[in-house]
Design a protein around this ligand. Structure first.
Ligand SMILES: [Cu+2]
Length: 118
């Protein structure tokens, strides 16, 4: 009986501690969302990758990359097209260049939200 009471007190204390931490957590989440690109949808994963440009379609704001594995998204090495947002990110890039990029899951094709020569 004594043990049970103690356990109850401990879990109550943990619960209170978690409640106390919540406002700070919520604030940091709000800050992170405020700093994200305007179109960022909650729940869409983002990740960084490295690859080589195999095709650029500036008219469609598309780039095709042979990218290295991206463990955060569970992607192996592959060649795949990305939508580029904003399209101006493609300026100055050429087929054959090695690039570092940031990608975000989206409806349809994943989007590249940052890309530059390595
Ligand atoms: Cu891929």
């Amino acid at each position: 009986m004594i043990r049970t009471l103690r356990a109850t007190r401990v879990s109550a204390a943990v619960g209170l501690a978690l409640l106390g931490a919540l406002p700070a957590f919520a604030a940091s989440q709000a800050q992170a969302q405020a700093q994200a690109p305007a179109a960022a949808a909650p729940g869409h994963r983002t990740a960084k990758g490295v690859g080589v440009i195999t095709e650029i379609d500036a008219a469609q704001s598309m780039v095709t990359l042979r990218h290295e594995p991206i463990p955060a998204l569970g992607w192996p090495t592959m060649v795949m097209p990305f939508r580029v947002t904003p399209p101006g990110l493609l300026t100055g890039l050429k087929v054959g260049q090695k690039v570092a990029f940031e990608t975000r899951e989206a409806e349809g094709l994943p989007e590249i939200t940052a890309i530059h020569k390595r």
